[in-house]
Design a protein around this ligand. Structure first.
Ligand SMILES: C[S@@+](CC[C@H](N)C(=O)[O-])C[C@H]1O[C@@H](n2cnc3c(N)ncnc32)[C@H](O)[C@@H]1O
Length: 241
């Protein structure tokens, strides 16, 4: 998988981050810039997975980090990676659902989230919860997809996150479609489909079949609808009003 990502993204692939997402070095830099943090501040990474993107941004900004994810496996791996990023003593991870966080109102100086919101069925509730735990004027930077159509089995998607963000009390500072992102995802899926046999040897049949289904569905090989053509990858930076 990593080889395929390297081939498609080139030098923009964030090698040390080993993301479980389509984040690039360019996007990580933009997130670090948008959250606008320094030492003595605390960032929360929502849906942190194995922790890489949040750890990278914490190192870059000198902020402290709290990472949360539904997956206990992800949280365990993230906790072990703190040392790799030289952020010992200022990064912690815990299992939690971003739609029901245990933190008090106005706890964090900023939030980030990489390729997570598409998985959350009630995006409106999620955005309200994120606004609740941020202090006034705090930034929320994230990547996700606006989708007009989504493959079968996906939770409900939205074609424009702006009304939901405004409803949750955010002022939108940046809302951009990431140029070329879906073309790269298409190239990656094609590469994955072509390398099926080699991938099975390295990852096992179960993991590869799940990946094949995702790729085949997104490209329209299952039902004839090219879902990638109906999806726009977005980078968003918003400020709590
Ligand atoms: C595509 S992965 C991205 C992980 C990480 N942000 C990265 O870039 O490597 C999406 C992550 O969101 C997590 N997730 C999905 N729904 C969640 C929720 N309601 N609360 C917390 N985490 C969630 C999943 O467990 C998964 O780790």
């Amino acid at each position: 998988m990593r080889e395929s990502f390297r081939e498609v993204y080139g030098a923009d692939y964030p090698e040390e981050v080993t993301p479980l997402s389509y984040v690039t070095l360019t996007l990580l830099r933009r997130i670090a810039q948008a959250v606008s943090l320094g030492s003595g501040t605390t960032l929360i990474d929502l849906g942190c997975g194995r922790g890489g993107p949040g750890l990278w941004v914490a190192r870059e900004t000198s902020a402290s980090l709290v990472g949360i994810d539904l997956s206990s496996v992800g949280i365990e791996q993230a906790s072990r990676r703190v040392k790799e990023f030289n952020v010992e003593g200022r990064a912690q991870f815990e299992v939690s659902d971003l739609t029901a966080l245990r933190f008090a109102n106005h706890t964090f100086d900023a939030a980030m989230s990489v390729d997570v919101l598409w998985m959350v069925p009630d995006k409106q509730a999620a955005l309200r919860e994120i606004a609740r735990i941020l202090r006034p004027q705090a930034r929320f930077a994230f990547t996700n997809w606006d989708r007009d159509l989504s493959p079968p089995g996906y939770p409900p998607q939205v074609s424009d996150h702006r009304p939901l963000l405004r409803d949750a009390g955010f002022l939108i500072e940046t809302y951009e479609e990431i140029p070329g992102a879906e073309a790269k995802r298409r190239a990656l899926y094609m590469r994955i489909i072509a390398s099926r046999k080699a991938l099975i040897q390295k990852m096992g049949e179960e993991a590869v079949e799940a990946l094949m289904t995702e790729a085949r569905r997104a490209l329209g090989f299952e039902d004839g609808t090219d879902y990638l053509a109906h999806s726009r990858r977005i980078f968003v930076a918003a400020r709590k009003g």
